[in-house]
Ligand binder design. Structure first.
Ligand code: CP
Length: 309
């Protein structure tokens, strides 16, 4: 592949290859010298049209640790504010010969469109409610390390599924790796036609969590609710917030995940989120740097060999 736009086009073996390479970077990132030179001489531009803490910071660190020249475009201060379009902005940067373009955009499909116009490799850092492929890959690496495998697990994805690119990419990835996926949330936050993805749907947390190996919580993504129904946070926490009592229905060694940013006391109890015996939330952040290093290295190798899109 020339780009990483989503999980959809990836084969299971390609997912395993990314995760195996990322493992080597987990080890490197734990050393005092975190440098490798595999992107030396290459230019990476990060364009975030939507807020980010984890994804932006980890892509920047990943590029720097691999020796690339990394530039973060301050989109709020760019000529987008003067009416320049996304494509004109991308073409302007393309003329400066970047090798890797990392893009987050609020509109689903915007990153795919941009990738068709530029000459470099494009990595999707999250587009609308469509895909967030590196998040699903870092979640997969976290699960594989915690559970010792990435197949035949019962995995619950809970909360605002309808507005979540994280859920969509995870459903695709975890399905390709032959896991059993349950989606748990209020019917108003469940996308229509979701059963086609081979998942089980629950609106009752206690029923859905029974005997699962992995519990993945999601934030209420109000910024994508377009003026639609927004549940009261108090009521939502009571019914769908993960706390120790609801988690007790899962397997005794079930892990708790959250892509962040999390809202304590809305979708998850703060004490549970901090419980290192159950929560792997900080491991997810650590895996994010390693997975992004692996993804960029593999795309850079394809650039060098001129591999097709
Ligand atoms: N998980 C995630 O994408 O977090 P950020 O929005 O902080 O990048």
């Amino acid at each position: 592949h020339r780009h990483l736009l989503g999980i959809e086009p990836l084969q299971p073996q390609e997912i395993t290859t990314i995760l195996d390479l990322a493992e080597t970077y987990v080890a490197l990132n734990r050393q005092s010298d975190k440098h490798a030179d595999v992107l030396a001489g290459l230019t990476q531009i990060n364009m975030f049209f939507e807020n980010s803490t984890r994804t932006q910071a980890s892509f920047e660190l990943a590029g720097k640790r691999l020796g690339a020249d990394v530039m973060n475009m301050a989109m709020q201060a760019s000529s987008i504010k003067k009416g320049e379009t996304l494509i004109d902005t991308a073409m302007t940067l393309n003329a400066m010969h970047p090798d890797l373009l990392v893009v987050r955009h609020p509109h689903s499909g915007a990153v795919d469109l941009l990738a068709q116009k530029v000459n470099c490799a494009v990595l999707n850092a999250g587009d609308g409610r469509h895909e967030h492929p590196t998040q699903a890959l870092l979640d997969a690496l976290t699960i594989r390390r915690a559970k010792g495998r990435l197949h035949r697990l019962n995995i619950a994805i809970c909360g605002d599924i309808a507005h979540s690119r994280v859920a969509r990419s995870n459903i695709l990835l975890l399905g390709k790796m032959e896991n059993r996926i349950r989606l748990i949330g209020p019917p108003t936050l469940m996308p229509s036609g979701i059963a086609e993805f081979g998942v089980e749907v629950f609106d009752d947390m206690r029923a859905g969590l029974k005997d699962v190996d992995v519990v993945m919580m999601l934030r209420l993504q109000k910024e994508r609710m377009d003026g639609g129904f927004i549940p009261s946070e108090r009521e939502y926490y009571h019914r769908y917030g993960l706390d120790a009592e609801k988690l007790a229905l899962a397997k005794p060694d079930a892990i708790v995940m959250h892509p962040g940013p999390m809202n304590r006391g809305v979708e998850i109890d703060g004490t549970l989120a901090d419980d290192i015996n159950r929560s792997v939330i900080q491991d997810q952040v650590e895996m994010g740097v390693a997975v992004r290093m692996a993804a960029m290295e593999l795309l850079a190798r394809n650039l060098a060999t001129g591999a097709a899109v």
